[in-house]
Design a binder for this molecule. Structure first.
Ligand SMILES: *Cc1c(COP(=O)(O)O)cnc(C)c1O
Length: 456
């Protein structure tokens, strides 16, 4: 074992293909259904929203899908990202574990999101689309798509969850700097937004509501498509550059993870780092690799949700997808990890959880900030509040190793920096942050409204 701090691949080792876990799974993930007919949806149902290339990737069973050269060329601006060994964090924790993190905060938008934003903008441009509407939670996805839109000359319109719009004004400024338009959601601009505002004028918004607004806008105009920053299989696919690079970097390190940890909002950064390793485990067997998904206790889709067909959005404009859900009308409390405030989970992540291939656990807001501060003081990088969940998960694994006297290797995805989230840290230091309660009753009400789907 070396004492190297960061393992960096050369540019020509940016992966040439995305990795598709669907090819290696023991059973296929249940298909999306049309809410009207209850039948599996076809490409034509999705054509008003997405370019055909992405619809094809959504259902592909090919193990590898080639990354277009123009996309790889743009990736070169920040990829390959380094695999860091957290020597000083290990010392601070006095653990025999070896802790590694893949740092995605070096992208132009400051998170893993440009990995898919650039690909999605590319395919939309190829399909002749001039405008994309989308939602954003904390603003990471909106900034990533705004950046990608600027590169390809595509107009970008972002519906930003109200609470984040108010908490994170600089994210909005970033989107506007890239030329995008940013609207607080729920807004008066869509039928869905107006209906929600009529009922709840002070709605703090949610990703489920913002998705409805963006889908409504895209469905109405031929020149406009919709883009989603997480959840869908093609988004998870694009993020697998992270895990593939990590695998190659571990060869440089002459090491291999025993545990992989990622935070889960919709599941894309988690899938991105974990799926290539999971695929290798499924193909080769024999590995004891554990994979841990970490989510907020206040929005616990994987740990507390029901595995069922549900709408991806609050306004019920999307197909039905089978996932761990808190109910599509569940509005999570306004904690700071805005990217983790989604009522559902990627169907593919839900499926592998159901198959017992991954573990899931929840943490409270305060213990995640505490972990993030411990990490920042040791490693000098301030994580995004979402990423703090992965940091907390990794620290707990390292402390378990200490207790058991085991020198295991832990890898986590440091999926973004927190430079636009300093108000959250300020509030944390001032003692103003609280652990938001999970609204049991609200989940029960939202789950009572699950659509009925004929089984079998
Ligand atoms: C968007 C985002 C998330 C949540 O989305 P996933 O699809 O679950 O990755 C987590 N962390 C950061 C930094 C994000 O920008």
């Amino acid at each position: 074992m070396t004492d190297t701090v960061k393992f960096t691949l050369p540019e020509n080792q940016i992966p040439k293909d995305w990795y598709n876990l669907a090819a290696d799974l023991p059973s296929p993930s249940p298909p999306p259904l049309h809410p009207g007919t209850g039948q599996p949806i076809g490409p034509d149902d999705l054509a008003p929203l997405f370019p055909m290339a992405l619809i094809g990737q959504e259902v592909s069973m090919e193990r590898t899908i080639e990354i277009p050269q123009p996309v790889r060329d743009i990736y070169r601006q920040w990829r390959p990202t380094s695999l860091h060994r957290a020597h000083r964090l290990e010392q601070a924790l006095d653990t025999p574990a070896r802790i590694y993190y893949k740092y995605e905060g070096v992208s132009p938008a400051g998170s893993h999101k440009p990995n898919t934003a650039v690909a999605q903008a590319f395919y939309n441009k190829e399909a002749g689309i001039s405008r994309i509407s989308t939602e954003t939670g904390a603003g990471q996805w909106g900034s990533a798509l705004a950046f990608a839109g600027a590169l390809f000359g595509i107009e970008v319109e972002v519906y930003m969850v109200r609470v984040s719009y108010d908490q994170k004004p600089y994210r909005r400024a970033m989107m506007e700097s890239f030329g995008a338009r940013c609207v607080a959601s729920p807004s008066e601009e869509t039928a869905v937004g107006r209906a929600i505002l009529a009922e709840t004028p002070d709605s703090s918004g949610s990703l489920g509501i913002a998705i409805s607004e963006a889908v409504e806008v895209a469905a109405q105009r031929d020149d406009t498509n919709y883009a989603l920053g997480s959840v869908l299989s093609h988004v998870l696919l694009h993020q697998t550059v992270v895990g593939q690079e990590a695998m190659a970097a571990f060869e440089l390190a002459d090491d291999y993870p025993d545990v992989i940890v990622g935070c889960t909002g919709g599941g894309s950064n988690f899938a991105g780092i974990a799926f290539p390793f999971l695929g290798a485990k499924l193909r080769d067997g024999g590995s004891d690799l554990r994979i841990v998904a970490v989510e907020p206790k206040a929005c616990p889709s994987l740990t507390r949700g029901t595995y069922a067909y549900d709408f991806g959005d609050t306004g019920h404009l999307t197909p039905l997808v089978k996932m761990h859900t808190l109910g599509s009308t569940f509005v999570p409390p306004p904690f700071h990890a805005g990217g983790l405030r989604y009522h559902g989970m990627a169907p593919l992540v839900s499926h592998v959880h159901e198959l017992g291939l991954i573990e899931a656990r929840g943490y409270d807001q305060l213990e995640c900030f505490e972990a993030g501060v411990t990490f920042a003081r040791a490693e000098g990088i301030i994580p995004a509040p979402e990423a703090n969940h992965a940091v907390k998960g990794a620290i707990d694994e390292a402390l378990r190793c200490k207790q058991e006297g085991k020198g295991q290797t832990i890898l986590f995805n440091l999926c973004g920096h927190g430079h636009f989230d300093m108000q959250a840290y300020t509030d944390y230091f001032a003692g103003k942050l609280v652990n938001q309660e999970f609204a049991e009753g609200e989940m029960a009400m939202a789950l009572a409204g699950l659509p009925s789907v004929a089984s079998g």
